[in-house]
Design a protein around this ligand. Structure first.
Ligand code: HSE
Length: 433
């Protein structure tokens, strides 16, 4: 960094890269006033220049070759905004090996290849920053590692996937079925290239891996997280939940328990009185409990050009100010330690309240058989709803909410209930907050 000039190269001018470029060009003076640094967007590498992005790039080198950025000795910070695994991974490695700091929004890469990338960054004395990878424009990573640094984080409950939240909101408010709502979410452009990552819970699990790694100052294995998506939820379940006073949300959960971390992503019935139940559409929110601060909630847009660009530029400024203090050194803010393995507990050890929805024959003695199995497994029923059978339909929907029980007991009970031929196969088990 010469004369407080920071040269930046962006690789990938899609939605997020365009947001970063727009902010760097438009907010140059504001950023200078606030940081005493001059941020120069020097080069952008992009394969498809045909799209109109409404940017004045007359002073920016526009290329299709990422090496024009990765090998340029004047570039201080590389912004990776192509997403996905390759070539993003190779580009980030090359940038770090060439002693360039990297800022990325790539949650899949940080969650699954972060250990390797943080080691390369440390070996080369440079930083890898990733605020935009979780919660889009919400400064949750800075919030956790700086604002809440004095706290042991006891729990995090996050709505971290905008696509799923949009789908569940539309199902809740407008009585859509899952498929219709998914199509709308895709048309609005929040969904990943592969929407199974959104609706299957994988995207939220990537983000939870990152948050859990930060607050535990180690590295969580993505594979150790229990993940269940929202694809089996029907309009009927949404209506049952509503009638019982709950809203269904896809939650990413972190709980510090005696034997390690309880980490999971699954749809959850949240009481309507809880703040998270009011987080609607594609918005994200993260409810964090620290031992000194108590309950806090971070809320805002979890995706999109402007919010994600805002988070990336936040990292660029933060990183550059650190460099000013310690030229050539790695920032002390890198709090994911790739060498510390974090212990997680298996889902079977977790206790939850459950929502069970069955379709059963409408005949004498059936409920007592189901409740008998639950009782034998030590599971107590807290409430029950049965709808009346429609004319000519043999099967009726029944919903049970249980008191707290272990996942292992519930699994055992469901194995037994599955054997009854009066219960249809498509039953649903959800967890209750
Ligand atoms: N597909 C993601 C979501 C985009 O729906 O939240 C932001 O990571």
């Amino acid at each position: 960094m010469k004369d407080h000039l920071v040269n930046i190269g962006i690789i990938g001018l899609g939605t997020v890269g365009t947001g970063v470029a727009r902010i760097l060009l438009k907010q140059k003076e504001l950023l200078h006033t606030r940081s005493a640094l001059t941020f120069q967007l020097k080069a952008i590498s992009e394969l498809d220049w045909s799209r109109n992005r409404d940017l004045d790039l007359s002073h920016v080198k526009c290329t299709t070759n990422a090496d024009d950025i990765l090998l340029d000795p004047e570039i201080d910070i590389v912004v990776e905004t192509i997403g996905g695994y390759e070539p993003a991974f190779s580009f980030i490695c090359k940038a770090l090996q060439n002693r360039k700091h990297v800022v990325t929004a790539n949650k899949a890469l940080i969650a699954t290849k972060g250990r390797e990338l943080f080691k390369i960054a440390a070996a080369n004395g440079v930083d890898l920053m990733f605020e935009a990878s979780v919660g889009g424009g919400i400064p949750i990573i800075k919030g956790l590692r700086e604002g809440l640094v004095a706290n042991t984080i006891e729990s995090i409950y996050g709505i971290l996937n905008g696509t799923s939240n949009y789908i569940l909101t539309r199902m809740h408010q407008d009585e859509l079925e899952f498929g219709q709502a998914l199509q709308e979410a895709q048309a609005k452009g929040f969904a990943e290239a592969d929407p199974t990552l959104d609706v299957g819970g994988g995207d939220a699990a990537h983000k939870l891996t990152i948050l859990a790694s930060i607050v535990s100052s180690g590295f969580v294995d993505f594979g150790s997280i229990f993940v269940e998506g929202i694809t089996a939820i029907t309009k009927l379940d949404i209506n049952f939940a509503k009638s019982l006073g709950y809203t269904i949300k896809l939650l990413a959960i972190y709980r510090l328990v005696e034997d390690g971390l309880d980490l999971r992503v699954h749809p959850t019935l949240i009481p309507n009185s809880h703040l998270l139940a009011a987080v609607n559409q594609e918005l994200n929110a993260i409810f964090v409990k620290g031992d000194f601060v108590g309950d806090t909630m971070f809320y805002g847009p979890g995706a999109g050009e402007r919010p994600t660009g805002s988070a990336i530029v936040g990292d660029i400024v933060d990183l550059s100010q650190d460099l000013l203090l310690k030229e050539g050194e790695q920032s002390s803010k890198r709090t994911i330690n790739p060498d510390v393995q974090v212990k997680t507990i298996p889902i079977s050890q977790v206790k939850n309240r459950f929502y069970l929805r069955f379709f059963t024959l409408d005949a004498p003695g059936i409920l007592s058989k189901i409740s008998g199995i639950l009782g034998d497994c030590g599971i107590s029923i807290s409430s029950m709803v049965q709808l009346e059978a429609h004319e000519k339909e043999n099967y009726v929907p029944i919903v049970l909410i249980t008191h707290e029980a272990s996942e292992a007991s519930m699994e055992k009970a469901l194995q037994e209930i599955r054997k009854f031929d009066f219960v249809k196969e498509n039953f649903l088990r959800l967890r209750v907050f």
